[in-house]
Design a protein. Structure first.
Length: 71
């Protein structure tokens, strides 16, 4: 997960279905970059696509546990 993807998820939380262009406008990024991030998040099962082609973050909250080990 990149910082930009986290920002995208934060922005989409509670926003309902959005077009990729609208999501890009809300995070003040270019559509092409957001498009790539949206598809990565769709493939990971984090975002979902609605029947009319919009994308949605269908959760109210996300909990992430990360463990880092020395190399």
């Amino acid at each position: 997960m990149t910082a930009k993807r986290w920002e995208l998820l934060r922005t989409m939380t509670g926003a309902g279905p959005l077009a990729i262009r609208e999501a890009a406008r809300r995070v003040d990024r270019d559509v092409k970059g957001v498009h790539g991030d949206v598809h990565a998040l769709l493939n990971a099962g984090i975002l979902q696509r609605t029947e009319d082609g919009l994308v949605i973050f269908p959760f109210d909250a996300v909990r992430v546990d990360i463990m880092l080990h020395a190399a």
